[in-house]
Design a binder for this molecule. Structure first.
Ligand SMILES: [Zn+2]
Length: 496
């Protein structure tokens, strides 16, 4: 590869050149969803960010094994060793089997990811499918002396581990600080230290999902599954480990400790973390009433939304920020993203029909603008997957495409090589790397027909023929199209 890829590594707190352990193979593990409720938008953003990373690595020619787990057991309500298992609780409240809950929300999650045009991972292992591996891992940690058993539960001894290792290596914090800032959590009367965490938890009689083990009937601690499954599918050392930033301080910190204690090393070279979503500047949360599901966003069914936004516009909106920055949802920002997305999508459509004219005198300025924009597409992504930079470069390329398509510039004014490079780079980045596609609702015949109907309706309004204009509006609504009106008339429409 001619250009170097740099990634921001949480572990070292700096940008580093990406050098895989065994190129062209790359191993990437991303913590997946806990399938007990509808996937929320913050999670979607994380998985879309890693989809972008996965796609770019594939584009660079790497053979990527992308493992993203499904947590279907062991994730307790408090995210620590307290409360009820999230899946079990939902099953109990819904009077269903836990596996019915898991099935429903796994299928829903896959559908949402497909709607966002995210590629499926190479392997999607589940916690319940790897109980044996998790038990073996607990045994290995007991063998090295970093865990202890108390009445059927097994805990990781953080303070003992920290005598020879750096427990806070990922977030750069000292053990004393962490001890001072930790509240007392579940199982505390059994734990030797405040930061100790459960590897195996003894099941109460009413607990729904439990398995036999050398320590009695129980279930694995939440952090254990990711160590067990990454070990199994990517080996003891692999390239990238990712997840949401909220997982860094505890879940990933504990994962590293488990791996070091069982096989002697931190599992991943590069640790990547995605930032969170905010709504009008506030953290998105159910209790604040500003949280909505992907489906609500597509349909505009929330009091904070003035209308719906298609999945590609939302995907585009996420990519307008770097994965490490927060993203703030607002109607204005979504509207701007949709407009920008449509602009680039239109250029992609024009490009597919664009043929080069016979070469005339080469226009040096046009030629170098295209070459620079093509290089900038790569420069953006090579700079820690900086998608906003790449979008800007695509925008610059779209200017050349539009000028050739509308005839303001002769496409024969650039060399055939540069013309082909423009075509290839634009298509590669728009479709393959950024994972965008033409919005089916607004392509081809449908777009043309809707445009014609909207024109007729605007004309009816000008003629004060409100009966016709209302009839068109209602008729379209019944077949699933909503017109968006503003002072200038109807300017846009969405598929409901
Ligand atoms: Zn995990």
């Amino acid at each position: 590869m001619e250009q170097k890829l740099f990634v921001y590594n949480t572990l070292t707190r700096k940008k580093e050149e990406f050098i895989p352990l065994d190129a062209p193979h790359v191993g990437m593990y991303v913590c997946g969803p806990t399938v007990y409720s509808d996937v929320h938008l913050g999670n979607c953003r994380t998985f879309i960010s890693f989809d972008l990373i996965f796609r770019y690595l594939l584009h660079l020619g790497y053979k990527v094994r992308y493992v993203r787990n499904i947590t279907d057991a062991g994730h307790l309500e408090g995210d620590a060793d307290e409360g009820e298992d999230k899946v079990s609780k939902k099953a109990r409240l819904s009077q269903l089997e836990p596996m019915e809950i898991v099935q429903k929300y796994t299928v829903d999650f896959h559908e949402v990811m497909k709607t966002f045009n995210a590629l499926p991972p190479s392997i999607e292992p589940t916690a319940t499918g790897h109980i044996i591996e998790q038990i073996e891992l607990v045994k290995a940690i007991l063998d090295t002396g970093y865990a202890y058993e108390v009445d059927g539960s097994v805990y990781f001894d953080v303070e003992k581990y920290n005598l020879t290792q750096d427990y806070g290596i990922l977030n750069g914090r000292k053990l004393e600080d962490m001890l001072n800032n930790t509240r007392t959590l579940g199982g505390q009367n059994e734990k030797h230290g405040k930061l100790d965490f459960a590897l195996w938890i003894k099941a109460k009689p009413e607990h729904l999902m439990k398995w036999p083990s050398p320590w009695g009937v129980g279930f694995p601690g939440w952090h254990l599954e990711c160590s067990a499954m990454s070990n199994k599918y990517l080996g003891h050392k692999f390239d990238i480990h990712g997840g949401g930033m909220d997982l860094m301080a505890t879940h990933h910190t504990n994962e590293i400790a488990q791996n070091v204690a069982s096989c002697g090393n931190n599992p991943a070279t590069y640790w990547l973390h995605t930032n969170m979503l905010t709504v009008n500047g506030q953290k998105m949360s159910k209790s604040l009433g500003n949280s909505f599901l992907p489906e609500q966003l597509f349909k505009g069914e929330h009091e904070l939304l003035t209308r719906g936004y298609g999945p590609m516009a939302v995907r585009f909106f996420f990519m307008q920020a770097s994965y490490r920055s927060t993203v703030d949802f607002s109607n204005d920002a979504l509207e701007a993203a949709e407009k920008f997305y449509k602009h680039l999508a239109k250029a992609a459509k024009k490009l597919s029909a664009l043929q080069q004219n016979t070469l005339v005198a080469v226009d040096g300025e046009a030629e170098s603008a295209i070459i620079a924009a093509c290089e900038d597409c790569y420069n953006g992504m090579n700079d820690n997957f900086n998608s906003p930079k790449t979008l800007e470069a695509l925008n610059n390329l779209s200017k050349s495409i539009n000028s050739f398509a509308d005839g303001t510039r002769n496409s024969g004014a650039v060399s055939a090589e540069t013309f082909d490079r423009m075509k290839k780079t634009y298509n590669d980045f728009f479709y393959d790397v950024l994972g965008l596609k033409q919005d089916d609702n607004q392509s081809g015949d449908t777009e043309g027909l809707l445009g014609l109907i909207v024109d007729l309706r605007n004309q009816a309004k000008v003629n004060k023929d409100y009966a016709t204009s209302d009839k068109i509006r209602e008729g379209l609504k019944q077949i699933g199209f909503q017109l968006n009106d503003n002072k200038q008339g109807t300017t846009d429409w969405v598929k409901l």
